[in-house]
Design a protein around this ligand. Structure first.
Ligand code: C5P
Length: 306
């Protein structure tokens, strides 16, 4: 059946581990990262537009402030790839309804690109495999393929080569967001600056973390959380250290900067603990918006057609 529009729901991510290798000649760092998709979502709708209107992009939702609606948006760039490469109609109405923070280290922009890829594949019945979609995603950004795959996965290379991981358990998160994002390239640069003169090993996945995930043992997952970008994010935004400390004081199983930050993610034992920590964070006065989420959740998937 031919649809006029498709809506895809795409999750945010946290990195349970982010091991950053040395800077390579291409300007990227070799990574080993463990992603978990969590229940904060952007909804990405793509509709056939009127002939001659080109790509139009509208953005709404709690975290839409400051998101560009022009050709610099990754969602727009994703659509452009399909128009150029697959000869689909160039008249597309894209609507983003955003819940994932912008420049927050949770792959918000990447999620939107992932959503467009899955939406266009469905709307134009391209029947691409997940691998093919992830390959297109990796041209747009290192976190886009994981937005398509979701769940829990190891990312290698730039973080874009995804291997799903078999894990158990459900994990509860409290997310302390910041009103002002951090630039990912700036955080990587700060990481290089802090590590200047040190010999940096090739990144390896953490056995302790993978074992804890296989056992569904949230306490051990909490202890094994690690992020090589955390020192750099805290150096650029010293208030993050205060926020991380609140987590330890109020019994979080683990506290970590998510990706390149500045969102801080706290792993907690259950929904009740999540509520306790939310209250503590909001009365601390050092945190902007706070969200609660669980994971893992599936990657980009069609939720409505019209
Ligand atoms: O791939 P993406 O566009 O999300 O990357 C944004 C920036 O983050 C890159 O330009 C680079 O500075 C940095 N980066 C990196 N190594 C990676 C991924 C990203 O240095 N593996």
């Amino acid at each position: 059946m031919r649809y006029n529009g498709v809506t895809v729901r795409v999750p945010a991510k946290v990195n349970l581990q982010l091991a950053v290798g040395p800077l390579a000649d291409d300007g990227y760092h070799e990574l080993t990262t463990v992603f978990q998709a969590i229940s904060l979502f952007d909804d990405v709708s793509v509709r056939r537009g009127k002939v001659g209107t080109g790509i139009t992009l509208t953005i709404s939702g709690a975290t839409s402030h400051g998101v560009p609606s022009d050709a610099s948006n990754l969602a727009y760039k994703a659509a452009q790839i399909f128009i150029n490469r697959f000869g689909i109609s160039p008249d597309l109405e894209i609507a983003l309804k955003k819940e994932i923070p912008v420049a927050g280290g949770m792959a918000g922009g990447s999620a939107d690109a992932a959503g467009v890829i899955v939406a266009i594949d469905s709307l134009f019945e391209l029947q691409l495999s997940r691998d093919e979609m992830e390959k297109i995603g990796s041209e747009l950004g290192s976190d886009v393929p994981f937005g398509i795959s979701g769940g829990i996965a190891i990312g290698r290379g730039r973080g874009d080569q995804i291997t799903p991981a078999l894990t158990k358990g459900q994990y509860y998160w409290v997310l302390a967001m910041s009103g002002q994002g951090l630039s990912t390239p700036a955080v990587y640069q700060e990481c290089d600056r802090l590590r200047a003169g040190m010999s940096i090993a090739r990144p390896q996945s953490s056995d302790a973390l993978m074992q804890a995930l296989r056992a569904g043992d949230a306490v051990s997952v909490g202890k094994a959380l690690s992020n090589d970008l955390q020192a750099a994010a805290c150096s650029l935004r010293p208030a993050l250290r205060l926020i991380l400390d609140i987590g330890s004081e109020y019994g979080a199983l683990g506290s970590i900067v998510s990706g390149s930050g500045p969102t801080v993610a706290f792993l907690v034992a259950d929904e009740e603990k999540a509520l306790d920590l939310t209250v503590a964070l909001s009365s601390s006065g050092v945190v902007g918006d706070i969200a609660r989420a669980y994971g893992p959740v599936p990657g980009a998937r069609v939720v409505a057609t019209s």
